[in-house]
Design a protein around this ligand. Sequence first.
Ligand SMILES: NC(=O)c1ccc[n+]([C@@H]2O[C@H](COP(=O)([O-])OP(=O)(O)OC[C@H]3O[C@@H](n4cnc5c(N)ncnc54)[C@H](O)[C@@H]3O)[C@@H](O)[C@H]2O)c1
Length: 324
Amino acid sequence: MSKKRILVCGGAGFIGSNFANFHKDNYEVIVVDNLLLGDKRNLEEGVTFIEGSVANEDTLNKVGPVDYVFNLAGTSSQPMFNGDGLVEGYVNSVESFMRVLDWSAKNGVKKVLYASTSSLYANNPLPLVETQRVTPPNHYAVTKHLYESASRCFNKVHPEMDIIGFRFMSIYGPNEEAKGQYANLISQFVWDVARGSRPQIWGDGTQTRDFTNVRDVIQGATLAMESDKKFGAEVFNIGTGKSTSLNEVTDAIYKAFGKENDTEYIENPVKETYIKDQHADISKIKKELGFEPSVELSDGIKEQVKNLRMDRIRQTSSDLMRQK
Ligand SMILES: NC(=O)c1ccc[n+]([C@@H]2O[C@H](COP(=O)([O-])OP(=O)(O)OC[C@H]3O[C@@H](n4cnc5c(N)ncnc54)[C@H](O)[C@@H]3O)[C@@H](O)[C@H]2O)c1
């Protein structure tokens, strides 16, 4: 029997490449990526790579028929929308997502998965739950809010194609080097210590995030992709359900390097909109899909430290936006 086929849009990037590599033996996996932030070297042998934008129908037509699509393409963090990036950021995110939905429906795709974001929740009360009312706090979050609304409208016209969104918490893991200054705080801090500089924490380090290893994103997305349940247009949180402070993170990083903690603390330059605490309510994805977070943060950090690839980091930066 021939293998089922998955198209991973934005699959040379951090999350997409981890997902593509994980499935390369059991599925035929095709990645389309315009390399805005991705790196072809993230992809293992056996994954087919097509360079180009998923906003371009001709590029998508090169892929041929697929069973599933996972869209991770788009402008992937708020600082990219700053200054001249604003219009380009919106156009790229919205055009690519709508093209992917339209192409998928025209080509008989069974299910589309896509990345939304926990940034939608801003400083909502904890734990963050899918039923909460959300007010996107920035342009990046607005694009993901639009993805969720557009998916619901689209699914009314094409009920045969499920469209499932994931509100990822703070995701870390391998293959983030091409994101450079936009990479997760854990990668940034690990790289700081590796190059002999001090990680810089804004404030006193008691702020928390729901740090989630990319392997648990693969788990959640795979459960959704392979489920026989019919969901329509649905959104799930993916996280661990736990808050971890930045102090705990830098402790674990220095411990993994076998060094004394030498973190630097500076005044937090972002006052009102700064997210103080974060953790997800993951009961929906547990109940509907059987998801169970599986990677301990200290183990994930040890792996990051063991598998450093400093030569692949796209740019070094102490960009002030990075702790947002
Ligand atoms: N990493 C996280 O913690 C996190 C949290 C919440 C949401 N997300 C969302 O998940 C998705 C993936 O995140 P990531 O961390 O892997 O980001 P990433 O930037 O590493 O991956 C996005 C990939 O999409 C590609 N791309 C961008 N526009 C494209 C286009 N028009 N056509 C083809 N390829 C295009 C980029 O080159 C990149 O490889 C993003 O949408 C991001 O907003 C990520």
